[in-house]
Design a protein around this ligand. Sequence first.
Ligand code: DSN
Length: 412
Amino acid sequence: MQHLPDRDPEVAEIIRHEEARIEDTLDLIAAENHAPRSIFEAQGSVFSTKAAEGYPGNRFHAGCRHADELENLAISRAKLLFGADHANVQPHSGVSANLAVYFAVLDVGDRILSMKLSHGGHLSHGDPSSITSKCFNFRHYGLNLKSERIDYDEVKDLAREFRPHMIVAGASSYPRLIDYEKMAQIASGVSAYLLVDMAHIAGLVAAGMIPSPVPFADFVTLTTYKTLQGGRGGVILCRQDHAKKISRTIFPGVQGTPSLNLLVAKAVCFKLAMEPDFKNLQKKTLENALVLAAGFERKGYRIVTGGTDNHLILVDLRSKDLTGDIAEKTLESVGIVVNRNVIPGDPQRPDVTSGIRIGSPGITSRGIGEAEASQIVDLADTAMINRENDGVLEQVSLEVAELCRRFPVYKP
Ligand code: DSN
């Protein structure tokens, strides 16, 4: 920071504290990651103030020559990265992207079938607390409570009964792969559109580490700051025949001028995601997730679905007489950052929960490998079972701090 400390020391100080928090803690929040500095430079560029309503070649503000170049570049990179016919890179967020898809091809009151939030879905997939549920008529499929996996026969039966206009696949806390081909068959059987929300797993898909929904879905939405390791923002991928409707729904439908500074970061993120280092990072992200799952299982925790195929695990804490809220607070007190999370069929309230969700992207991005991931399990377990023992918690904090020092997020 060259200018902010003079102009606004108070805010500069808060930013410094956040930088220190990031360096000094282990980020195991599955929805987060550490972006390279080039992403922050892109986000903080002069594009921050440009108004550019519309699309390249057809703007409602003058002076958009470079904005057009930038957006065209981001679009072509997104299409290449994901093998998509069309990309809209303007959504401010994943929720904006999902809203735009719903409104592009559905009428208010139309029926949508999606995974329920308490089984791993997302707020914007029609949770009663989300505006999406006020506009559309949602019904939800859950997981089979025995296998804790999607029961495609149940989804098919529900689809036949409910006759949705759209089916949504994708989740924010589902540790397994989704069979997009099956979902597409179910959708096509009832003449419904298929939307896949791959916000969490976009980086793994981009690197070819797990199957892509793009060949099977009418629409794919994603965010760029999770496994994809870019800055904030959303993207919609779709078939060419839906492109015009999506464009109109994003602008002027649900957004005004795009956040061009975020769009610069998206362009950079797509380029970085095509490089061999990124592929390697995503591979290690999967490997670390497996180590975390096996480690917690060895310590006597139940892992929802018995393991993971992606970057996250859901740990059922009940065998340790623990709830998610207490585990989250205890772990944060020693520098391990996770979030409490409901598990399928959770008897606890959503603000208490019986589980924690743990993701491997953040630790992997700072260079942590399998040996240290295993050490993190030991440290987390020691903290949770000794949560009332200040001496043990102090010792765990010191070991977490040492790990953070050995694996800096941002090299000096
Ligand atoms: N979707 C939220 C999550 O998974 O935590 C954050 O974007």
